[in-house]
Design a protein. Structure first.
Length: 118
């Protein structure tokens, strides 16, 4: 499988908006959602009323790829459910309600391993 570029993800975002019938939106991007939103905005600026970008970068920082290699190795070794649990613990505080934590873990665990690798 070829690596996915942020321009690919930006195109996917616009396709999801089209499929949902969303002509224009305020976009909130977190982490990899930041360069994804920037790529989509570059392609179709008129589709966005606002961009809210949090905890992300326009490109991978030096050494940042190593963190992804480690995350992928963990998911390969332990499965997406274990990866999801670790991610929830990294992203949310202990004060976050159990239902919210479970919703996020379920969403992350549903990611196909091949898609996560890409």
């Amino acid at each position: 499988m070829q690596p996915i570029a942020f321009d690919d993800l930006g195109s996917d975002l616009l396709a999801v908006m089209d499929a949902a019938g969303v002509a224009r939106a305020s976009y909130v991007g977190v982490s990899m959602g930041v360069p994804t939103g920037l790529a989509a905005h570059k392609m179709a600026e008129d589709r966005f009323a606002a961009l809210v970008l949090c905890d992300g970068q326009a490109r991978t920082a030096p050494g940042g790829a190593a963190g992804w290699i480690d995350r992928i190795a963990m998911a390969e070794a332990s499965g997406m459910e274990a990866f999801a649990a670790a991610t929830v613990d990294r992203w949310l505080t202990s004060g976050t309600g159990a239902e919210r934590r479970q919703e996020l873990a379920k969403m992350i665990a549903a990611t196909p391993l091949d898609g996560f690798r890409a």
